[in-house]
Design a protein around this ligand. Structure first.
Ligand code: CA
Length: 234
């Protein structure tokens, strides 16, 4: 699967060149011209990195960066500043950007910087099998790598936990009966009497819920089973 980059740049000449070269390198690129569009896109879609021009019509790149950081502390952001805008550079880094490039820059330098950032970002693995991660709440789960980044830190996941999470993610929002979960995760005959399932749900809540005693993601549906809510609900 291609890595997906968001380019926020209002100068058409620069944008065209960057999009062309990033696509040549095998990235998927979404290009927008304003900070408002960038913020709309960033919540709707999964991006692996954001390239953000500071000087934009409407809200500035600095403000965009700040708003992204309020909700996502891990998405890599590289800022593009104009030569001499030393203050922008400092502001950019203090609002949560991970790196900056001063215009005009060479394409080689740009590519090196982008690839370096992607390599450093924890979820990027070079070569094939880039594990896509699934995000909900403060959590980012990588089923392929069998690990999760949560508000409590990084958690290694067992095979059974991965199976349970995959089942929930694939049927997000749907009620799964105890029998369905037991079959999907343990391959057990649905009439098997077991507390294991309940213990696993308790563990999921401990890992992923802000308050495990009042869960918003791993929900009990009384008398019917469990339901996973990505956005968090009752
Ligand atoms: Ca600009």
């Amino acid at each position: 699967m291609k890595l997906h980059l968001l380019l926020v740049e209002d100068e058409p000449g620069i944008a065209r060149g960057l999009v062309f070269n990033l696509e040549e390198e095998g990235f998927k690129v979404t290009h927008v011209e304003t900070g408002e569009e960038a913020l709309n896109r960033v919540w709707d879609d999964h991006f692996d990195l954001v390239i953000l021009d500071v000087m934009l019509p409407g809200i500035s790149g600095l403000e965009v960066c700040q708003k992204i950081r309020r909700n996502d502390s891990r998405l890599p952001i590289i800022m593009l500043t104009a030569r001499g805008e030393e203050q922008d550079r400092i502001d950019g880094l203090s609002t949560g950007a991970d790196d900056y490039l001063t215009k005009p820059f060479s394409l080689d330098e740009f590519m090196l910087r982008i690839k370096g950032m992607l390599r450093r970002s924890e979820w990027y693995r070079p070569g094939s099998g880039l594990g896509r991660s699934y995000r909900f709440g403060d959590n980012e789960v990588n089923l392929k790598e069998q690990k999760a980044m949560t508000a409590r830190g990084e958690i290694p996941l067992t095979e059974l936990e991965v199976r349970m999470l995959r089942t929930f993610f694939q049927q997000e929002g749907e009620i799964l009966s105890r029998a369905e979960l037991l079959t999907a995760v343990w391959g057990m005959a649905p009439d098997t009497e077991t507390r294991t399932l309940d213990n696993f749900i308790v563990r999921m809540r401990k890992y992923f819920e802000t308050d495990p005693s009042s869960p918003v993601h791993f929900l009990t549906v009384r008398g019917r089973g469990y339901r996973f809510s990505r956005l968090g609900g009752q």
